[in-house]
Design a protein around this ligand. Structure first.
Ligand code: BGP
Length: 478
């Protein structure tokens, strides 16, 4: 079997987000964020469209899986010890904005929240693990959503700047790798998570969405600038949800359509954050959809001068497109749309499994941007069973990850500069799109069920031991 060479110092690890692991949703003066008011269940991203949804907690009507999540808030020491046992070099996590500024717009930061992340970072260092921190991972303060309409409002940029200045100041000696907005482009598909608003009106689809993006790009420019000034040794990246878009067939119309879809979804945000300017294709799109951005003096210079150091991205699936798709062509559960690709199998949630697509992605991104890449999410959501002897034999997960790591090895041979790999949900956590616990990604099983029951006990799956070997051999043994 072919073996692969990964660069020395390759950043092997795992990835999570505060709202999906911490729990303690009201502890330490934490305020409510978007994830706290999203009920559990498959339709959770759609519930916002229900008339009268008011971004409040209504426990009579709904359950809220993020409120307790997997209780990392109290169990972080145990979890970090398990990550260290696997040999993690890095751990991707996020800071919950609402632990630091409970309402998002206070003048003073919340010391209890700041102290919590100090404890987590210290514990990571004690275990030889470097944190990789996402500044904003689908955790916008509810107050900013209700009062300001999320990123629609320019004022949110000021609040974000205060939040970023505070955490940079506090953690500047402790965090070397930062990322601004998780899956920034996802707002085009599910705007509530990243942009802080539901698509309700026609203007939200075009005008408000892209105005909100402009505000995020300015916010990102500010974060990069502050990072350079305050932490000259740190690296700061963007974070993109990447899914290569294949044309369904070789008809030039479908090829062009796939190209347009890919540019809008995969490249629009990257072009602004990496190249520092709005690309020509988006200017045409703005014209065609009558979008007029309000741009303040200095915004474009700020964006141009403060581009990111690396590209963090998530990769779960590819997408296949044709212009005249009919409902019967479309897959079940493919969160990004598109038609069924007859060459690929899909996960139980209908996400197309495509390891070669990862090699394609790495090459496409590197060809376009020529800066280091970091795969900060990848993995298989699956239902795991605990056997009567207590073991969890997740060979399907090992297969999935092995094939994706091989694709990374090939891309490195192609010449791609890849910094690291942090598979998603290295410990079972609450699923973003469904709010379920039973959609599991982890190397570590957490005894918690969809209805909230369970002891929260942690158990090592078979993949735990496999991944430990992968890291120990720097990808030599897959
Ligand atoms: C990404 C998000 C994560 C995560 C992952 C898996 O889009 O950044 O927060 O949840 O997808 O998705 P899901 O939990 O829906 O399976």
């Amino acid at each position: 079997m072919k073996t692969y060479q990964f660069p020395e110092g390759f950043l092997w690890g795992g990835a999570t987000a505060a709202n999906q692991i911490e729990g303690g949703f009201r502890e330490g003066n934490k305020g409510l964020n978007i994830a706290d008011v999203l009920p559990g269940g498959k339709g959770r991203l759609k519930v916002l469209l229900e008339p009268g949804f008011n971004f409040e907690v209504n426990k009579e009507k709904y359950t809220y899986p993020n409120h307790e999540a997997i209780d990392f808030y109290h169990r972080y020491k145990e979890d970090i010890a398990l990550f260290a046992e696997m040999g993690f070099k890095v751990f991707r996590m996020s800071i919950a904005w609402t632990r630091i500024f409970p309402n998002g717009n206070e003048l003073e930061a919340n010391e209890e929240g700041l102290a919590f992340y100090d404890r987590v970072f210290d514990e990571l260092y004690k275990n030889g693990i470097e944190p990789v921190v996402t500044i904003s991972h689908y955790e916008m303060p509810v107050n900013l959503v209700k009062k300001y309409g999320g990123w629609r409002s320019r004022e949110v940029v000021t609040f974000f700047e205060r939040y970023v200045t505070t955490i940079f100041n506090r953690y500047k000696g402790k965090v070397k790798y930062w990322m601004t907005f998780n899956e920034i482009n996802s707002g085009l598909e599910f705007p509530i998570m990243g942009l802080g608003f539901a698509i309700k009106e026609e203007s939200d689809k075009y005008q408000s969405t892209f105005q909100a993006y402009h505000h995020q790009f300015v916010a990102s420019g500010i974060a990069v600038k502050l990072c350079r000034e305050m932490m000259p040794d740190a690296k700061i990246g963007c974070m993109i949800l990447y899914a290569p878009v294949y044309p369904y067939d070789c008809s030039p119309e479908n090829v062009m359509y796939a190209l347009e879809e890919s540019r809008l979804f995969n490249y629009f945000c990257g072009d602004v954050q990496v190249r520092g300017e709005y690309p020509a294709f988006i200017k045409r799109y703005f014209k065609e959809h009558n979008i007029q951005l309000e741009i303040q003096e200095g915004d474009l210079e700020l964006i141009k001068e403060n581009t990111v150091d690396y590209i963090g991205f998530s990769y779960y699936m590819s997408r296949t497109e044709k212009i005249d798709k009919k409902p019967m062509d479309m897959g079940q559960g493919n969160i990004l749309g598109g038609v069924i690709n007859p060459f690929l199998k899909a996960s139980d949630w209908g996400w197309a499994i495509d390891p070669l697509g990862l090699r394609i992605t790495l090459n496409e991104l590197y060809d376009r941007y020529r800066i280091p890449l970091f795969i900060v999410e990848n993995g298989l959501g699956a239902k795991d069973e605990v056997a009567p002897d207590g073991t969890i034999n997740d060979d399907y997960r090992i297969d999935y990850l092995r094939n994706h790591i091989k694709a990374m090895g090939e891309a490195i041979e192609d010449g791609v500069e890849l910094m690291g790999y942090t598979p998603w949900g290295c410990i079972d956590l609450v699923s973003m799109s469904t709010g379920e616990m039973s959609k599991r990604y982890g190397f570590i099983f957490v005894d918690k069920q969809d209805d909230g029951s369970g002891t929260l006990e942690r158990k090592k799956k078979k993949s735990f031991f496999w991944y430990k070997d992968v890291i120990a051999t720097n990808g030599g043994k897959l």
